[in-house]
Ligand binder design. Sequence first.
Ligand SMILES: Cc1cc2nc3c(=O)[nH]c(=O)nc-3n(C[C@H](O)[C@H](O)[C@H](O)COP(=O)(O)OP(=O)(O)OC[C@H]3O[C@@H](n4cnc5c(N)ncnc54)[C@H](O)[C@@H]3O)c2cc1C
Length: 702
Amino acid sequence: MLIQDDCLNGLKTLKHCTVDMIYLDPPFFTQKQHMLRSAAGTVYGFSDVWSSRGDYLAFLKERLIEMRRVLKDTGSIFLHCDSTSSHYVRLLLDEVFGEQQFRSEIIWSYKRWSNAKKGLLSGHQTIFFYSKSSRYKFNVQYGTYSPTTNLDQILQERIRNADGKVIYKRDERGNTVPAKEKQGVPMSDVWEIPFLNPKAKERTGYPTQKPIELLQRIIRISTDEGDFIADPFCGSGSTLVAAKLLRENRDCEVTVLTKGKDISYAGCGLPYYVGGVIQDRSQLIVNTPEKFAGLTGARVITQTEALAVHPAEHKVTARDLSSGQEQDYGYDKLVIATGASPFLPPVPGLELKNVFVMRTPDDAIALREALEAGEIKRAVVAGGGFIGLEVAENLAAKGVKTTVIDFAPHVLPNFLDPEMSEFVENRMAEAGVMPLTNVALEGVEGDGKVEKVLTSKRAMKADALVLAIGIRPNTAFLEGSGIEMCKGTILTDAHLRTNVEDIYAQCDYITIHVPLLDSTRGMLNADAISKMKDGVILLNFARDLLANEADVLEALKSGKVARYVSDFPNPTTAGQKGCIVIPHLGASTEESEDNCAVMAVEEMMDYLENGNIRNSVNSPACDMGICTKAGRVAIFHKNIANMITKFTAEFGEKGINISDMTNKSRGEVAYTMLDVEEAPTEEIIRALEAIQGVFRVRIVKG
Ligand SMILES: Cc1cc2nc3c(=O)[nH]c(=O)nc-3n(C[C@H](O)[C@H](O)[C@H](O)COP(=O)(O)OP(=O)(O)OC[C@H]3O[C@@H](n4cnc5c(N)ncnc54)[C@H](O)[C@@H]3O)c2cc1C
């Protein structure tokens, strides 16, 4: 974001404590007019002439106070200056930020040659590094050791001897012990970075331009990805460029496939192109494919429609719309940004001439051409949302009698309360646009072109119909890809990742919920597993054929997969080490899946915490609520006579009172829970386990 203003005003637009780092390269009090002409002939310059040093320092102080306000508590400021006023600036920073917040005086040193100067040639500038508090963010950076460093010596482990003196550690043979690898030399406060000579590649022509490497170092030590950096004296924008370069990876090969002719057009301007407010088509296009490719290095392929995505093979099949030829494009990462298309309702007559939508520059051009050809005197706009009202406004401005219909009781129904919509409807009527609400579009009639628009209330004479009744996501081509969707929208996590691909690398447990299609058959295969974490646990309650179970068994053998859990038992997986196969849990809807998952967790927790059994397939239901006594013991045993007597006798012998008890059975299995006044001892548990017919004893509480 670039704000062109006095930085004092710009800073005032920022909220308190929002900025992570500020770098500023303000005027240095050189008392000179700085001016430089770029190779292209552009003249850049600024005035660094002040009436007094006091005037200069007051100017700086006012802005530094504002900078301190916007910095986060963990934030830092780097002020660039030189010997002209660095001695004053440091005192100013002490005053505004506090002496204790001084972190470093970075010396940027460089080599310059001149025979003209008497005395020592200036070869450095100063950058004062202050933080807002002691909780400032700092990322330690390491450099390489100098060639003269005796690495063997510094990489030896040291210990203190009996006298407390540091000595080299030695093994039993008397040899020194190498330490773990050292990270390198921590960065010092003297930075040798070449000065930007007039022929340097990154030179823009700005007189006091600073090297990108310098700014990148500052950004690296003081910020993390996603942090907010401010550069109040932006100059030629080196901070912006440095941050952008750190964010980008120019080594990536990026291909953009798009169906249309245009990319990066201003959708918001389309209705205003119709009304002539935007006069020229080129004003709608922010970037042409050529310009975008030049700016970013991305390859842009237009008029090419993606037809299918094959995640397992990492490829997209697309069709060149001019030649009809299909081609596969491989990828490591796939970004889906196919947007949406206007919704076309299932009513008759939409194929007639002069039925328009408003989504692309071509849509706006078509409507304007019809207007300019004098074909449209009356128009109906279906849809009283933002797009419909903007189109209506522009049609009315061109003298077209315009009616807006909407089946909601008011225009802008999704955005405004009825009271406010009423106000908008009155303004529309004043401007010559008729709003008709509670009216649904039912069709179009005409001889080759629009002559009548049919609605749920009445038929209206019209020369054109503009449809602005919503959009539908362009995701049909993802059908069968295995990407999880809901009503045509792609389901993602908070980082906009879909269920396939990278999610594999992130998860300790992976559960799949996709239908069995040709494209998803065997999707949990060796390739997919190779992208997962070591020791991953796979849960497959969807279909056994979604997993290539031979690959899964191999991965279980090698330890790559720790467990494979499935409710599709079959001869391949049953009884195999690492496989947990359970009877099939049955089909489920999306909603019931959610509910079942919640229920299963709740019931499992109830069993683990309270010993209660609900909805078990082979154990009896048994619920004693939460235990309020000192202990609870749960016993699985045979459903045979005299068991309860034996259990109670064990507690009775030890003088422990049983305050509550329940016993339930199912077929041959019984389950008994006893709440007792004293925590059960190991001795009692062993005694209970020794009773014939007892399968398992568990202390639930105690
Ligand atoms: C008339 C109008 C006015 C608007 N006014 C505003 C406004 O004032 N303020 C605002 O914030 N927003 C406004 N918007 C919304 C804004 O333009 C959209 O939110 C934005 O364009 C969405 O960008 P996108 O990249 O997600 O999708 P899109 O811009 O729809 O881009 C998706 C691209 O993918 C291509 N594509 C689709 N399917 C395939 C496929 N299978 N293969 C290859 N390519 C495919 C499409 O051709 C399209 O070029 C307006 C939109 C319109 C139409």
